[in-house]
Design a protein around this ligand. Sequence first.
Ligand SMILES: *[C@@H]1O[C@H](CO)[C@@H](O)[C@H](O)[C@H]1NC(C)=O
Ligand SMILES: *[C@@H]1O[C@H](CO)[C@@H](O)[C@H](O)[C@H]1NC(C)=O
Ligand SMILES: *[C@@H]1O[C@H](CO)[C@@H](O)[C@H](O)[C@H]1NC(C)=O
Ligand SMILES: *[C@@H]1O[C@H](CO)[C@@H](O)[C@H](O)[C@H]1NC(C)=O
Ligand SMILES: *[C@@H]1O[C@H](CO)[C@@H](O)[C@H](O)[C@H]1NC(C)=O
Ligand SMILES: *[C@@H]1O[C@H](CO)[C@@H](O)[C@H](O)[C@H]1NC(C)=O
Ligand SMILES: *[C@@H]1O[C@H](CO)[C@@H](O)[C@H](O)[C@H]1NC(C)=O
Ligand SMILES: *[C@@H]1O[C@H](CO)[C@@H](O)[C@H](O)[C@H]1NC(C)=O
Ligand SMILES: *[C@@H]1O[C@H](CO)[C@@H](O)[C@H](O)[C@H]1NC(C)=O
Ligand SMILES: [Cu+2]
Length: 400
Amino acid sequence: MRTSVPALALVAATFVTAQVGVSGAEAPKTSDYTASEIADGTAFNNVSRMALENMQWNTYHRNSTANCTYETADRRQEWRTLDPATRKSFTNAATCLMKLPPTHMTAADAPFYPGVKSRYDEYVATHINYTLQVHDTADFFAWHRTFIHFWEQDLKNLCGYTGVLPYWNWALDAEALQDSPLFTGDEFSLGSNGVYIANRTDTWLAVQDVTVPPGLGGGCVHSGPFANVTVDLGPLDLPNTKNVNSSFQYNPRCLQRDLNPWFVQNYNTYTNLTATLLDNIYIADFQAAAQGYNSATNKFGVHGGGHWSTGGSMADFHSSPADPLFFLHHGMMDHLYTTWVNLDTYRRQNAISGTSTLGNSPVSPEMTLNDTLPFGFVANNVRFADVIDTFGGLLCYRYD
Ligand SMILES: *[C@@H]1O[C@H](CO)[C@@H](O)[C@H](O)[C@H]1NC(C)=O
Ligand SMILES: *[C@@H]1O[C@H](CO)[C@@H](O)[C@H](O)[C@H]1NC(C)=O
Ligand SMILES: *[C@@H]1O[C@H](CO)[C@@H](O)[C@H](O)[C@H]1NC(C)=O
Ligand SMILES: *[C@@H]1O[C@H](CO)[C@@H](O)[C@H](O)[C@H]1NC(C)=O
Ligand SMILES: *[C@@H]1O[C@H](CO)[C@@H](O)[C@H](O)[C@H]1NC(C)=O
Ligand SMILES: *[C@@H]1O[C@H](CO)[C@@H](O)[C@H](O)[C@H]1NC(C)=O
Ligand SMILES: *[C@@H]1O[C@H](CO)[C@@H](O)[C@H](O)[C@H]1NC(C)=O
Ligand SMILES: *[C@@H]1O[C@H](CO)[C@@H](O)[C@H](O)[C@H]1NC(C)=O
Ligand SMILES: *[C@@H]1O[C@H](CO)[C@@H](O)[C@H](O)[C@H]1NC(C)=O
Ligand SMILES: [Cu+2]
């Protein structure tokens, strides 16, 4: 693996000078905790707080012109800790975006994007467009963090949301996904499971070469705020489904879910989350483990596990942002990444590794923080260096 730390000058405004504790202190390891502390979330919560303390220390001690401090930064919270009014205004804003017309697609673009009907669809189309350039690449974490950041800005600027983007900590639901407060289907939830489709058989997923059981839903989300959502784009890669014949085909249908405890239990427990966080010292290993690459036993990682444990629309590699849950899942992915970075801020803040093509196929150059990340119909492209730090450049938030 190769960990590249770019020239200080590139990121002078956001460079971190030291970290809390003993200078050069090493990040904690899973061996610092007992198996039960790891399994019940004690270890994860403990190291999350350490990372927050490091962030706080660093924002006090860097000589930065950045306009973002630990105190002023937005605080992203886990969905179930939000009050009911905030939950409702969040899901209202998400459905609002689905009703607004596109903002970036021009009349000249439109014939090439027949499935783009709304501002929301511009996110889905952009993710479809760049799927093979933003997964298993150097910018997987940075691109997705920026993608959800822009979406959060749209909720605020276009749809009047006054809160902060929440996240979904799936580890809290690993024991009983079907009982998760996220999916009760009441008006303060993120909507129900899909309608149960009986008698389905196990499915072999070719990419991972893993055979998986069906979930507890499979059909249309039937109650809650997203019950009547029409998904316009995709799917491109789902098994047992008629996939579209061209990337941006108009294919209107319901939002589908298939909550699948097998995935959370096998890929998204606190044990899985904490091992990903603490057992990977180098960015190349960490990002591969989080996505389930380069491992004979972990074919999904917490990233794939979150997508597949929701199933349905969320399981489509290309069009998964069609389910608003995507943005909460990637909030958790970003929480994981931010925590990993800040457990050893000095070494990890600007660490990147990899190219801009999935699995480096086709072969492409190693990325640098001076590269541009593409945002298609979402927003102007951004410089990698401007989204590498949650307290600098375009960003100003932390995770509670
Ligand atoms: C982490 O746990 C250790 C051992 O219980 C404790 O001493 C320490 O204060 C905790 N750190 C944080 C940041 O919670
Ligand atoms: C921060 O700026 C102060 C005042 O200009 C200077 O004394 C100090 O050495 C600087 N610290 C770092 C880490 O650059
Ligand atoms: C800093 O914050 C002030 C007050 O919120 C704002 O007017 C200004 O644009 C910000 N500057 C930058 C560089 O973000
Ligand atoms: C499922 O299979 C059972 C047993 O073969 C059968 O009785 C039932 O009608 C099937 N249900 C559906 C929805 O196909
Ligand atoms: C969905 O549509 C049905 C039928 O038009 C309606 O009764 C229901 O209230 C709608 N639900 C939501 C959450 O908009
Ligand atoms: C893709 O094309 C095939 C063959 O023409 C057709 O049967 C299928 O319905 C198309 N898929 C979609 C989603 O339109
Ligand atoms: C995830 O953790 C569970 C225990 O919580 C374990 O059984 C499973 O093997 C782990 N999965 C991976 C891919 O390591
Ligand atoms: C970074 O990119 C800018 C604009 O593309 C270019 O002018 C500059 O030379 C690049 N710097 C480095 C260190 O590559
Ligand atoms: C898709 O990618 C091309 C090439 O980067 C770009 O010109 C186009 O605007 C992108 N479209 C979307 C929807 O992202
Ligand atoms: Cu993605």
